[in-house]
Write a protein that binds this ligand. Structure first.
Ligand code: G3P
Length: 217
């Protein structure tokens, strides 16, 4: 399973990249707004900077909701860098646009996915990545990981090449469960990635080793 970081924060992206286990980045308009990035030029520049830090797919989301607008925006985003993946919402014009991008060899990430039916449509349109939002599903009293399992099963049965990118990750256990469920990618906040490091027995064991190591000097 590949690891993407789900943020537009450059320090966090650098920190995750320095771990040596980062495969890509996803952003969305909320994450860009959180960093205070305003205006088309600044947004384009920010994506360029992210692409210079991480050597892997970088999802940049369109904010248009009509076919022509999505295509125009996506074309501009795709020109920033070869690693840019155009993130398109799961709406009717979004599906049409994903099909167009597929035919024009522009990689896409279909976002705001909450059902297996939506996942089938995105795969049929040729989406490169599919982003089911598992944390938001859990928040609404359904099981996000179960949806990942269902989509992975369908894609395997049907032979769809679209990569399942588990998004809206809230904690390290989500990452473990998504790996178990067969997600191709998990896009995570930095805290959840670092949370994977933690185990009290590791801390206790290391303290003991370091204490005993004093007698070796
Ligand atoms: O990038 C999309 C997704 O990961 C959003 O997560 O935490 O806002 O539900 P969240």
């Amino acid at each position: 399973m590949n690891f993407f970081i789900d943020t537009a924060n450059l320090d966090q992206i650098k920190e995750a990249n320095d771990l040596g286990i980062l495969d890509g980045v996803t952003t969305n308009p909320s994450l860009m707004a959180k960093e205070g990035i305003k205006g088309e030029e600044a947004i384009m520049e920010h994506y360029k900077t992210i692409c210079s830090i991480v050597d892997g797919p970088v999802s940049a989301e369109v904010i248009s909701t009509d076919f022509d607008g999505i295509i125009a925006e996506g074309k501009k985003l795709a020109k920033i860098h070869d690693n840019i993946v155009v993130k398109v919402p799961m709406i009717k014009d979004g599906i049409k646009a994903i099909k167009w991008f597929t035919e024009n060899e522009i990689n896409t990430n279909c976002t705001l996915v909450f059902s297996a039916g939506q996942a089938i449509l995105a795969a049929k349109a040729g989406a490169t990545f599919l982003s089911p939002f598992i944390g938001r599903i859990d928040d609404s009293n359904w099981d996000g990981v179960e949806l990942i399992k269902q989509i992975v099963d369908i894609y395997n049965t049907q032979g769809y090449p679209t990569a399942v990118l588990a998004a809206s990750i809230r904690n390290p256990l989500h990452i473990v469960k998504c790996a178990e469920a067969g997600a191709d990618v998990c896009t995570c906040p930095l805290d959840s990635i670092l949370g994977l490091l933690k185990h009290p027995l590791t801390d206790i064991g290391l303290a003991k080793f370091l204490e005993d190591a004093k007698s070796l000097k």
